[in-house]
Design a protein around this ligand. Sequence first.
Ligand SMILES: Cc1cc2nc3c(=O)[nH]c(=O)nc-3n(C[C@H](O)[C@H](O)[C@H](O)COP(=O)(O)OP(=O)(O)OC[C@H]3O[C@@H](n4cnc5c(N)ncnc54)[C@H](O)[C@@H]3O)c2cc1C
Length: 481
Amino acid sequence: MLGAVGQRRVRFPPVGGDWVRNPPALGRPGDERVGWVVAEVVESSPSVAPEPTADETPREPRVVIVGGGFGGLYAAKALREQPVSVTIVDRRNHHLFQPLLYQVASAALSPADIASPIRAILRKQANTTVLLAEVIAIDAAAREVVLDDGTRQPYDYLVLAAGTSHAYFGHDEWEPLAPGLKSLEDALEIRRRVLRAFEEAERELNPAEREALLTFVVVGGGPTGVELAGSIAEISRFTLARDFDHIDPTKARVILMEGADRLLLTFPEKLGKKAATYLKRLGVQVRTGAMVTGIDPQGVLLGEERIPARTVLWAAGVRASPLAKTLGVELDRAGRVVIGPDLSVPGHPEIFVIGDLAAGKDQRGKPLPGTAPVAIQQGHWAAANIVRAVRGELTRSFRYKDRGNMATVGRNVAVADIKGLKLTGFIAWLAWAVVHVFNLIGYKNRVLVTLQWIWAYVTFQRGARLITEEPDARVAPPASA
Ligand SMILES: Cc1cc2nc3c(=O)[nH]c(=O)nc-3n(C[C@H](O)[C@H](O)[C@H](O)COP(=O)(O)OP(=O)(O)OC[C@H]3O[C@@H](n4cnc5c(N)ncnc54)[C@H](O)[C@@H]3O)c2cc1C
C-alpha cells in the first residue's frame, strides 16, 4: 500500500526477542519513530532480525543474491561498503552481457569479449563472497537457499535474480533441433551450426540437400530474431562471399518467421516496419503471421507448408527460472514472480525478486519489459531497500527510468525508440553501439569490442569464424538427422 505524503509515525512490528536479536539499527519491538514518508513509500517495512552469533554479539545481516546477471550483479555492487554480508551465487562463473550474444553466435566477437568472471568483478568488495553453485530451491520458511550439493545458505534478505530460459510453447522436443540464444554455450553452438552448414554445402553434390544446408530459419521476430537473421545474412552476403569454390554463399536463404503481423512488437509500429525493410535489403525473407507448427531434422513446418532447412534457430519465447515455483508464491502466466511495488514478494518483505524473473509494474502501472536496464535499475533499488530495511527505515516503491529501446539490423543500421524519439539507420546504429560498449563490464572488453567493430566495419570480416566446439550434447540434433 502506498503511503501519503507527509510525516508519519512508524511502529516496528513486534518481532520478539531481546535487543540482541533485534538491535536498534533494525528498530526495537514496539519502537516508534517519526519520519518523512513520501508518496512512493511502502508501509510494509521488512523487520528482519539476524540470528545472534554464538557469543551473542549482533552480526551483520546476511544478504544472499541468486544470479550474477544484470540484476544480481548490480545489486551486489550497490551493497558494497554497506553494513551487510553479501553472498552471490551463480551456476556460471561469469557475468554475461546478453545483448551482444548474437555477435558471438555470428562470429563477430569471441566469448571473452562479452563475459567477465563474477569473482574478478567483485574482488575488491570486502563484504562479498562469490559461490559457483546451482541453486535448486528457495526454502522461504527457513530463510535458506538450497544448493545443488544439498548445502544451504541462510539469509536475512534474499535477492532472487535468476532470469529466464527458452520456452518452446509445449514443444520441448524442438529444443535440440532449434537452439535458442541465452548462454555462451548456446552462442557457440549456433556459430558452429551456421559455419558448418556452409562447409557441408561446399561438399554436398545433391542440389536439394545443398539448398537445405544453405537455408537458415530464425523463428521469432523480436530483437534477438531480427539481430540473428540480419547477421547471418551479412555473413553470407559479405564475410563468406568469396571464400568457397563450389557454392555461392550470397545465395543462402535466410528466413525470419514471426507469428504476429509485424516484427519488433515491443517497438512502435513504424520501427518494426523499418526493421523489416532493412532486413529485406540484406536479402532476408521476412514472413509475418507465420505460425511454426513443427520442427524436425528436415526443416520447419508451417501447417501444410514445409521449408527444408538444416539450420533452425529459436528466438521466440522465454520462460521463468524454475526457482520461482519453489518460493510457493503467486506467479504470472509466464511463471514469473508477482512482486510488490518495492520489489519484494507480498508476504515476504525479506525477499526481493528482480529482473526477468519478476512480473513487476512501473510507477504508471505498466508491466515492465524484460530488459537489461530494468534488471540493472531494480538491482540498485532492491539493494537500497535492503539498506533502508536494515536501518529500520521504510522501503520505497520502484521507479523505472525508461531510457528507450534499440535493436540493430546489420553492420550500420538499427532502430531506436528513445523517449518517443524514433531513430533509424546509421544514427540509430551509432547510438546502439555507444550504449552497448558503454554498458559492457570492464575497460578491456570495451576497448576490444570497439576495435573489433571498427575492423569489421572497414573490412567486412568477422574475427571469430572458428569451428572449434564439439556439438553441444544438450542441443545437438538426433543421430538420425
Ligand atoms: C540474446 C539476448 C539479447 C538481448 N538483448 C537485449 C538488448 O539488446 N537490450 C536489453 O535491454 N536487453 C536485452 N536482453 C535481455 C536482457 O539480457 C535481460 O533482460 C537481462 O539479462 C535480465 O537480467 P537478469 O539479471 O534478470 O537475468 P540474467 O541476466 O539472465 O541473469 C541470470 C543469472 O542467474 C544465473 N542463474 C540462473 N538460474 C540459476 C540457478 N538455479 N542457480 C544459480 N544461478 C542461476 C544465470 O547463470 C545468470 O547469470 C537480451 C537477452 C538475450 C537472451
